[in-house]
Design a binder for this molecule. Structure first.
Ligand SMILES: C[S@@+](CC[C@H](N)C(=O)[O-])C[C@H]1O[C@@H](n2cnc3c(N)ncnc32)[C@H](O)[C@@H]1O
Length: 559
């Protein structure tokens, strides 16, 4: 009923008058042209999924309980290259929630030190509380009582019949690689619906046999689980190894603990990969996955997320996808060596007095020879990789938290790679956030030059986002927050200057408020447990304060 009330409140029902463009006869969907309740001719269509048809609002309301689970903005399709994938059933607006889903299974990553099996945080040896039921080390009694810990706890009691003892708190600890597969196997008898969904997912068993992961998991996961938990009769090695593959291919790292834990979701697994995806992924405080449209998505478009790090170079992303997900990425970003003109993976021409960018013709098919776009100077891919490695090494040597170490290093590597080179972008992101953090007075303590560096870096990275990391809402939100702070501080300094100009000051304050609105848009679904969730809260407060200031100063923001 709550859902229905929510739906009515949010105006999901269309007025008869607004059905014109969606009318069934116009769309030609004759088979759906009847009311799902009374089978009579239907003129109304659910405005959310554009699929279910009704003769009246009453019948739509009546049917909501049944319809709500299938009321989604996408359709599942299948083809040879992608397997199952999702396609938009209607135009989807930027920022709209496409999917919110609870995990089928969650647990520690394949390689980790001992973590608490309740909250998944790394355990400190001297603060361990063994579970009274099964002996697994936990961080507290309340974590031992959490439902997520039930599978291994119950099987230790019922099948192993001997408590677990972990005496080595070294990292990584091999026993933990079996916990998530065990929790998945537990579903077979306890939650057949989830088991059916889970086992229908892609496992890439053949590819895992080829690259040795299957054999590795045969000993470290399958044989261990069968022996340790006495599961020989219930699960074959093959069944356990299929589950291991499913977790590898479909698992998402959830950053709500340190280290992050792994969750597998059902529908979320069906989003295909794209290095320039049209959907943005985040997680709620309770560990549900939440997918939003990162851009306007026209009806019929494939829905995509990124399986890899969009801040990596094209060769690094493609290699990662090939090694872990077993497909060669041919997305629009990988197909364009300039990556929308950003030169994100390019090096600078080593020829004296030439500042051209050097790239292969294509990272997918023709990447052995790289050429300067200005002077045509040739570089082999091995030489290019050497330059990239040198840049990575230089940047890995920066002193953490040291603004001048970062600034100097960024300037040093600029003659080897372009302004937007991937590792340089990561360093600039860190620097933009770092400026103003070292003092309790924040930006007020930062000298003018550094303040304008913060502003310039934030602007540069924000404009780079569209071509390279448009779906990284967390990063984009943080960048707008840094920019709002720099612009507001510049305005404050302006007031203190004798020749301050009221119009310029007002413009800066309004500009800063506009950036806060962008922060709120990008970060509004971030969990409180993450820094971005806290930045969101701070942005709400700062905007309120700024709006009060507008009132006192008589500034009227344009609508
Ligand atoms: C998480 S699953 C996606 C769902 C899967 N297609 C299915 O039918 O279960 C990931 C697998 O889908 C395929 N896939 C996803 N995105 C792809 C892409 N852009 N190009 C080729 N294959 C892709 C690959 O086989 C990949 O290992």
């Amino acid at each position: 009923m709550d859902n229905l009330a929510e739906t009515v409140k949010t105006g999901l029902f269309l007025d008869q008058s607004s059905f014109g463009p969606y009318s069934l006869s116009v769309m030609g969907h004759k088979e759906a042209d009847v009311c799902l309740v009374c089978q009579q001719p239907a003129a109304n269509r659910c405005s959310s999924c554009q699929s279910a048809c009704y003769c009246s609002k009453e019948h739509q309301k009546q049917h909501w309980k049944t319809h709500k689970s299938s009321c989604v903005v996408y359709q599942i399709k299948e083809d040879k290259r992608l397997g199952r994938h999702l396609v938009a059933r209607r135009d989807i607006q930027r920022g709209e929630i496409v999917l919110k889903e609870s995990p089928l299974v969650s647990g520690p990553p394949h390689t980790t030190g001992p973590v608490c099996l309740g909250c998944h945080a790394l355990l400190q040896e001297n603060k361990v509380v063994p579970c009274a039921q099964c002996g697994w080390p936990m961080c507290s009694k309340s974590c031992a009582d959490k439902p997520v810990h039930k599978p291994e706890c119950e099987w230790v009691k019922e099948k192993r019949k001997e408590k677990v003892k972990i005496s080595q708190f070294t990292s990584p600890h091999p026993t933990y690689s079996c916990v998530t597969p065990l929790r998945a196997l537990f579903l077979k008898s306890k939650d057949p619906w989830a088991w059916e969904k889970l086992t229908s997912l892609e496992s890439h068993t053949e590819e895992r046999k080829q690259d040795g992961k299957y054999e590795q998991d045969r000993f470290s996961v399958a044989a261990f689980l069968r022996r340790f938990y006495k599961l020989e009769k219930e699960f074959s090695e093959e069944e356990i190894l299929k589950i291991s593959g499913i977790i590898q291919i479909n698992g998402h790292e959830v950053p709500l603990s340190e280290p992050g834990y792994i969750s597998v979701y059902w529908k979320c697994s069906l989003f295909e990969h794209n290095c320039l995806p049209n959907c943005s992924k985040t997680f709620t405080d309770s560990g549900d996955v939440l997918i939003r449209a990162a851009v306007e998505i026209p009806k019929g478009s494939h829905l995509s997320i990124s399986y890899t790090d969009p801040l990596w170079s094209t060769p690094a992303r493609r290699q990662h996808l090939m090694l872990t997900k077993y497909f060669p990425c041919v997305c629009s970003r990988c197909s364009d060596p300039t990556e929308s003109g950003s030169f994100f993976s390019a090096i600078r021409c080593p020829t004296k007095n030439c500042d051209g960018m050097v790239l292969p013709k294509c990272f997918i098919k023709d990447f052995e020879i790289w050429r300067c776009l200005k002077c045509n100077h040739k570089v082999t891919s091995k030489q290019a990789a050497g330059i990239c490695a040198k840049v990575a090494q230089e940047l890995s040597g920066v002193r953490k938290g040291d603004v001048s170490s970062y600034s100097n290093c960024i300037n040093r590597v600029k003659n080897l790679v372009g302004e937007n080179y991937c590792h340089l972008v990561e360093a600039k992101l860190t620097l933009a956030q770092m400026i103003g953090q070292s003092s309790s007075k924040g930006l007020a303590d930062v000298e003018d030059g550094l303040l304008s560096t913060k502003e310039t870096l934030s602007r540069q990275l924000i404009s780079l986002a569209d071509g390279v990391f448009r779906a990284e809402y967390r990063i984009r939100g943080v960048l707008f927050f840094e920019l709002h702070a720099a612009v507001a501080e510049l305005a404050r300094r302006q007031v203190n200057k004798k020749n301050s100009n009221a119009f310029v000051l007002q413009a800066r304050l309004l500009e800063s408020g506009g950036y806060l609105e962008r922060v709120i848009f990008f970060l509004k679904h971030e969990p409180q447990a993450l820094p971005e969730g806290k930045i969101y809260k701070q942005a709400l407060q700062n905007l309120k304060d700024l709006q009060n200031l507008y009132k006192t100063m008589g500034i009227t923001p344009a609508v």
